[in-house]
Ligand binder design. Structure first.
Ligand code: ADE
Length: 237
C-alpha cells in the first residue's frame, strides 16, 4: 500500500521511522512518500500562504502549489491516488473507515495549516476526514493517525499471531483485560480462569468482560454491536 503525503512539514513524518510501521516500510508492505508543498511554489520566496479575501485573522494556504504538487504525482503514476483532505469539518474517522481505506492501494493525504486552505482545492479531494471534534494546528497529526491505523490492517504488517478479531472496536466492543507474568504483583492476582487452561471458560470470561466494560464505558457502542442470545443473557437483558 502506498501513501503520498502533501505537507509543509515532511520531517514530522519521521515518526514512521520507528517500530511496526518502520518494519513494514523496510519489508515493502507499505510506502510513505512525503511531498513538500513548498517545493511547488512559483515565487522566489517560496511563499505558500496569503491573507484571506474578505478579511479576518490568520493566513490561508494558497491553492496553486497544491495543484502543482498533485499534478506532479499524477504525472509520476499516470493517475491521481484516492485523495483525502484532513479537516475538522470532515467525516469522523473510525475503525470502520480505517477498514475501508485499507482496501485502497494508493492514498494521497493533503495536510492543511494556518487558517485553512483555499476552498478551490476541493475538486482534487475525494474525501474530507476529521479524526475528532477538536482542532489541531495542522493536518499532519491527523494524517499520521490515519496512516498508522490503516497500515496495521494490511496483512503482514502485524505479526501473524495477532488477532484483529479480539481487539477493541473490531467487533464493535471494547477489549477485555489482558495479563502477563508474574501471576501476582503487589497483591494483585491474575484472574484464576486465565490460569485454568480451560479454553471455553476463558472465552466466556473474555466475552463477559468485553460486554461489561463496553456497557459501563461506551453504551453507545453496545447499541450498534451485533449481540448474540448468549451475550444478552450475560448482560441480563
Ligand atoms: N486539522 C485540524 N484539526 C483537525 C482534525 N481534528 N482532524 C483532521 N484534520 C484536522
Amino acid at each position: 500500500m502506498k501513501f503520498e503525503v502533501l505537507t509543509l512539514f515532511p520531517e514530522m513524518f519521521d515518526v514512521f521511522d520507528y517500530s511496526i510501521i518502520a518494519r513494514a516500510k523496510e519489508t515493502g508492505l507499505i510506502e510513505i512518500n512525503r511531498i513538500n508543498i513548498r517545493d511547488f511554489t512559483n515565487n522566489k520566496h517560496k511563499k505558500v500562504d496569503d491573507y484571506p479575501y474578505g478579511g479576518g485573522a490568520g493566513m490561508v494556504m494558497q491553492v496553486e502549489p497544491i495543484y502543482n504538487a498533485v499534478e506532479n504525482i499524477e504525472k509520476k503514476y499516470g493517475y491521481k491516488p484516492f485523495t483525502i483532505f484532513l479537516t475538522p469539518r470532515g467525516k469522523k474517522f473510525d475503525q470502520e473507515m480505517a477498514k475501508k481505506l485499507a482496501n485502497i492501494k494508493h492514498i494521497m493525504l493533503i495536510c492543511g495549516h494556518y487558517e485553512g486552505i483555499d476552498e478551490r482545492i476541493m475538486p482534487l479531494v475525494d474525501e474530507e476526514i476529521t479524526i475528532g471534534d477538536y482542532v489541531l494546528t495542522g493536518g499532519e497529526l491527523a494524517s499520521m493517525v490515519i496512516i498508522d491505523s490503516v497500515s496495521r490492517l494490511i496483512p503482514g504488517v502485524l505479526s501473524t499471531n495477532v488477532s484483529y478479531e479480539d481487539e477493541s472496536f473490531y467487533n464493535g466492543l471494547l477489549e477485555y483485560p489482558q495479563y502477563t507474568r508474574p501471576e501476582e504483583f503487589r497483591g494483585m492476582r491474575v484472574p484464576d480462569v486465565l490460569l485454568s487452561g480451560h479454553h471455553k471458560n476463558i472465552e466466556i470470561w473474555r466475552r463477559y468482560q468485553s460486554l461489561r466494560i463496553t456497557y459501563l464505558r461506551r453504551p453507545d457502542l453496545l447499541k450498534k454491536a451485533n449481540l448474540s442470545k448468549e451475550d444478552l443473557k450475560m448482560l441480563n437483558k
